[in-house]
Each structure stands twice: as C-alpha cells, then as structure tokens.
Design a protein around this ligand. Sequence first.
Ligand code: GAP
Length: 516
Amino acid sequence: MEKPELTIDKMAAFCKRKGFVYPNSEIYGGIAGFYDFGHLGVELKNNIKREWWKSFVHQRDDIVGIDGSIITNPMVWKASGHVDGFTDVLVDCRKCGSRFRGDLLIEDKLKIPTAGMSLDDIAKEISRHKIKCQKCNSELSEPKRFNLMFSTNVGPVQTSSSMAFLRPETAQLIFSDFRLVQENARLKLPFGIAQIGKAFRNEISPRDFLFRMREFEQMEIEYFVHPDTEKQEQCHYLDEVLDYELNVLSADMQKIHNQMERMTIKECLSKKIIKTKWHAYWLAAMHKWFVGLGAHAERFRIRQHVKDELSHYALDTWDLEYEFPFGWKELQGLSNRTDFDLSQHMKHSKTDLSIFDEEAKKKIVPHVVCEPSLGVERAFLVFMFDAYTYDKSRENVVLKLHPKLAPVKVGVFPLVANKKELAEKAKQIYNELKKEWVCFYDSSGSVGRRYSRQDEIGTPLCVTIDFQTLEDFTVTIRDRDTTKQIRTSVNELKNVISLFFSGEKLTKLGKLVEQS
Ligand code: GAP
C-alpha cells in the first residue's frame, strides 16, 4: 500500500473546507489545541463513537458502560498519581519565552525516539546537541517538570480547598464508581466497564491538528480479571483471534533491529512476545474494529513500551500505532494496570473496593489485565486518512468512508432544478428517506457536480429523480466507489438501500444503467 501523500496540514485544510473540523474561535485568532467539529465532523465523530459503543458494550455480555463527570473530587487524582506524576518536560526560550516539550525538541532535531527519557537525559541531550528555540534560535532554559492537568475552582470562593481538576483521562471515574457499577450491574469476573467522554490535558506543544489536542475525547475500557495468574489466563474469546495477523514490534525487537514483524496472535503467545492471553485478545480485537470499519490493516502495528517508557501504573503496555504522514504514532494505548488503581483508591478513600470470590470464599481485588484507551479524534484522523482518495478520472476527491461512518448516507437530486414535477417528486422521496437515514437534498448545478460534492464528503449513495421517474416510478441509485448506477422502483428504494448498507453489491440490487 502506497504511503498517503496527504500531509496533516492538507488534511486540516480539507476538513475545514468541507465542514468537518474548524480551529476553535478562529475569529479571535483561535486557541492552540482546541478544535470545533462542523456539520459533517459531528456526524462522523458521533458515528465513530456509536460504532465503538455498539461493538464493545451493546454487542457484548461482559461489558457495561458509564458516563462519569468531568470534574470530580480532587482526591481521585491524588490517589491515581496524576497530581504528583502526570507531567511532561517543559523548556522555555530565554529570549522570546516560547515553550516547548523537551522530548519533542529532541525527537524533531535528532530523529530518535525519546520514550522514557529522564529529565536529566533530556537536559544533557539539549545541551550536547546545542538545541535552540524553534522560533528564534536562542538559548533554552533548564528543563523542568510541568503538570498537564487543567485546574479550576468549584464554588464561589477561590481557595486551595476549592481547587479541582478537569479530568485528564476518563479511566479514573470507572475506578471510583467501580463498587456501585459492579454491584448494580451484577458483574462477574471477567468483566469490563466502558466509558466515552471528554478529557483535558494542558499539552505544552499541541500539534499535528487533531493528533495532540488540549481538549479531546477518549473511549476507554477497564477490563477486570481475577488476580490469580491461572484464572487471569482464562480468555474465553481467544479462539476468535488466534489466527489473526498483526505487524508486531516488541520491546526486544526495538532493542535489536527496530523492525516490525508480521505475526499471528498464536505466534505472539507461543513465543511469549505478548505475555497474557487477554492482552493479545484486546490488541487483535481493537485492530479488527478499525479494519472492520474500512481502515487499511497494513497501516497499523502493535508496539510494546520499552521498560523506561512504562507509566507508573503499568506492568506492560502495547500501543496500537498507525502510520500517520508524520510517522508511526500511538493511536491507542493498551496497558496492563494490574490492581494499581483499585488498590490506590482503597488506600486513599478507605473504602473497600474488593469483591467476594464465591469459589475461594475470600475477598479479592480484581486486576485490570488490559485497558484499551483510544482517542476519538485520533480514530477520526485514521478513518479520514484511509478514506481520502484522489480519483484522477473523476478529478475530485472521493472520501471512501465506510457507510456506517459516512456523515451523509444518501444524496437525493432532481435531475434538473427547474421542473416543478421533478422537484416535487424528489422532495417527496427525500422526505421519506430521511426518516431512516441522514440524507442531503441538492438541486443546484449539474448532476455531475452534485455527485462530486457528495463524493468529497463520503456519501455512499446518490438517488436521482429524472423524467423516467414521472413515467414509471423508478429512480437511479449511484454507488460512490464504483460510480455504477442501477435503476429501481421507488417502492423498492428503502429496501435496496438497506440491503446495500448491510453489505450487498449495488449492481446486484437492480437493473444496471448503461453509462456513456
Ligand atoms: N487511561 C489511559 C490513558 O489516558 P494515554 O495513553 O495517556 O492513556 C490514551 O491516552 C489515548 O488517548 C491515546 O492513545 C490517544 O488516542 C488519546 N490521547 C491522549 N492524549 C491526547 C491528546 N493530547 N490529544 C488527542 N488524543 C489524545
């Protein structure tokens, strides 16, 4: 598969031009790291979240969802380690005052990975390679740690005791609500709790459009298993993924040759590259989810964190990475968090969060064997990059989004705008179709131009009402990807569209229209 030539800046410009994503408050000069979703972007984003929730909550028996609040008791963040340890390395320019993330300055200049570098190492590299301010080329300050949590005050008086944080991840709400959710949903191990919601991080260097933002959304699952190693290894879903292939880059491979290898999940487990069955299962399940929604399988790899890179809570972490135009980057983190979080919250809240093991007749603290944590906006970028295709013969962009993700499902056009009967019939059909799907009615410009406009925003089907419709009550339907058209009766239209969206080929669903 060819690497996309599309840069992240071109993608940002396309998203703005077509109504997907706008820089926030642009009329006032904007604000770095914040974006607004336009009329098409909000549909795509909602579709991504809906598909994720359907796959990982509604279609499973072992996972339930919650929706926690953004502001919570600050003790949550003390217990989780975020107050003391959720930091990045900040360096400022001594002359112009610009601020940079120390590790990213090194990555940009030396093109080396910096994962896990200590404050001292970063200081040494900056001084050794005489790295300067990216804006004015002046001397940089000594690096220091900077906490990424946004703070606010709750209530009318601003004191240190009224201070609270905007959540930097959704995960902690799952742990703090753990007891209530487990009891009320009567969950038995192994089980998961899922959540989709906003997270806020005061990133030092927000960059690459939606990739590193200050306000974004996460889709997270905490998957809990029994603490006994033997029981942890009972993964009932493993058979579904044993033969599934992934590009793999383990910590050892990074040390030896830094080349990824294509392997099945079975091989990864038998060679002990992935340590637990659950971790292997979730890595494959998440990759499958992307591919099932039209992403290109070979643009993904799984990469294990090297020892120094692991977060304070993680026993083992694998990232699902994607080859963005600016390199292989983390799309989703999948960590084994053990019982770190539940134990911390038990200690700090003095509340028992253990559950009773009926078989062993004792209390146990479940382990999070895997926490798949995915940014909605990073998923948004992946689907956009993989869908974006420039079609030379059509001379326009065709956004080949999976029909489930496409913001508009059906375009409806009267062949010509100035014929009253055609317009009336087209409006009638449009009003009927929009009861089922998001539709767009367009009567301006040539039909060819209208097709191009829908191609560019990813609309899978366009229905045209022409003069023949007035005679025999049939319409044409055009497939975005093939440009093939069929003719079908209006009475059958909803049925044909439903069959197409459930996976049938359009050409099998009606009489093929000869195109000149
Ligand atoms: N609960 C674990 C956690 O939050 P993380 O690796 O810090 O782990 C998980 O974040 C995911 O959230 C990332 O893989 C990414 O998809 C998304 N994410 C993190 N920071 C982000 C940012 N500044 N902008 C956009 N997405 C971000």
